[in-house]
Design a protein around this ligand. Structure first.
Ligand SMILES: Nc1ncnc2c1ncn2[C@@H]1O[C@H](COP(=O)(O)OP(=O)(O)OP(=O)(O)O)[C@@H](O)[C@H]1O
Ligand SMILES: [Mg+2]
Length: 289
């Protein structure tokens, strides 16, 4: 898929069409939605689609490293070359050659004190929890080193950073969600760092937990399950709610999660999305300088 802006594929053909080829390079995409709707699977598909072309850092705050790889396998995505940051830090894995570093923050809980010490030595704020923004940042920077893309604080290559999910980072202070996400963005921002992050959404209140990340994200994909009590079945929908600097498909899309395949489109048909893509791809999008 070609257009003026360089884009990172989401690993899902119909969703790539709806986003004119994917997430614009350097953008922050937020995926919101209720539990079990498919946020994590979407991020795993995005990781799988890009890992052969560019380095990927996958921050998992809620699932073990092993479960990320196992879930991927259920959808025919091979992430077995992934390396866990905790395994590198503890010396269990040496001479790392990989394009995918998974930061398993459960696994890191024991090692985090070491990261904290390094962060404090550099005069950064003292972090309080293994899931603090400081630890996440220090871990991501460590992952850049392992991937061989870090040079004097610069990131030397295009990289995809996935954070699944943001919520635990501010669970101790929900009112700080916006500030914490903003700080994370400031620290992580580079024109060659594309970010996909997820956040939970409470169906009862219609609010994301820790409201605030939405304003900081460049694009939002919102996912929901349509009235399961009435429908008496799981009917999944998603909509691209916002996308800065790019056109995007405006209608909700109905999908299912299929074993071996992942997120599959039910409605509208793929032809409708392809048609829409062909109509708008490359229009009013000057090339990057
Ligand atoms: N192997 C599989 N085959 C088919 N469907 C699956 C498979 N594994 C999980 N699912 C479906 O995917 C759902 C979980 O999706 P996912 O983990 O992406 O949700 P999530 O939005 O990340 O939820 P949470 O907010 O709780 O993390 C399950 O509830 C199930 O319906
Ligand atoms: Mg999840």
């Amino acid at each position: 898929m070609s257009s003026g802006i360089r884009r990172i594929s989401l690993g899902i053909d119909w969703l790539d069409y709806a986003m004119l080829g994917g997430v614009p390079r350097g953008n922050w995409l937020l995926i919101t939605g209720e539990p079990g709707v498919g946020k994590s699977i979407l991020t795993i598909q995005a990781a799988g689609a890009n890992v052969n072309a560019m380095p990927v850092v996958y921050v998992s705050t809620e699932t073990r490293f092993y479960d990320v790889v196992r879930q991927a396998k259920q959808f025919n995505i091979d992430l077995t070359d992934a390396v866990s940051l905790a395994d590198v830090l503890t010396g269990r894995v040496k001479d790392v050659k990989t394009n995918l570093v998974v930061i398993d923050l459960f696994g890191l809980a024991r090692e985090y004190r070491e990261l904290l010490r390094a962060s404090e030595e550099e005069g950064r704020t003292k972090a309080k929890s293994p899931l603090s923004m400081e630890v996440v940042m220090a871990s991501i920077e460590k992952a850049y080193e392992i991937l061989g893309i870090s040079e004097e604080g610069r990131v030397t290559k295009d990289v995809l950073v996935i954070i699944d999910s943001l919520a635990p980072m501010w669970s101790h202070a929900p009112a700080m969600a916006r500030l914490i996400t903003y700080r994370l963005r400031q620290r992580l921002y580079r024109s060659n760092v594309t970010v996909i992050m997820t956040n939970q959404y409470a169906p009862t209140t219609g609010m994301t937990f820790g409201f605030g990340a939405e304003h900081i994200a460049d694009a939002i994909i919102h996912m929901w399950i349509e009235e399961p009590e009435k429908k008496k079945e799981i009917e999944r929908w998603l909509i691209i709610k916002k996308a800065r600097l790019t056109n995007h498909y405006r209608k909700a899309m109905k999908f299912e999660i299929e074993p071996g395949k992942g997120l599959t489109l039910i409605e509208p048909g793929i032809d409708e999305l392809r048609k829409w893509f062909n109509e708008y791809a490359g229009k009013q999008e000057p090339n990057e300088e």
